[in-house]
Design a protein. Structure first.
Length: 124
């Protein structure tokens, strides 16, 4: 009986670990991209994007968004506030010293960002 409980516990731990594995990856990707935008680092922004999305990124667009972020002070990180796992869409609250911005991403099957949108204020 003890052996059976041990096996069940091991299976449960593997299942829990498997469920959580991908969840943090999207947050890391969103944080990496947002930090790259904040740093006005176009190459770092593009490396996380699909080739189609990367082709749309310009120095001017990253610079403008970076300037907007800097008006809110130091970037403090992201917190996930919503998701649509089937559509692979995620919403994050980006914290700054003087306010928040909403970051929305959609990832493709390869884990690359296929859509990235930042709007002023906390997620609604």
């Amino acid at each position: 009986m003890r052996k059976l409980f041990g096996i069940i516990a091991a299976i449960a731990m593997l299942a829990i670990a498997g469920c959580g594995h991908g969840a943090g990856n999207e947050q890391k990707i969103a944080d990496d991209v947002t930090q790259a935008v904040y740093n006005n680092d176009v190459a770092a922004v593009q490396q996380n994007f699909t080739s189609d999305l990367a082709a749309q990124v310009t120095r001017a667009s990253v610079g403008q968004l970076s300037d907007t972020m800097h008006q809110l002070g130091n970037y403090q990180g992201l917190t996930e506030t919503g998701s649509d796992l089937v559509a692979k869409r995620y919403i994050f609250d980006a914290k700054f010293d003087k306010g928040d911005m909403t970051v929305r991403i959609r990832v493709d099957n390869n884990g690359k960002v296929a859509a990235y949108r930042v709007t002023p204020g906390k997620p609604q």
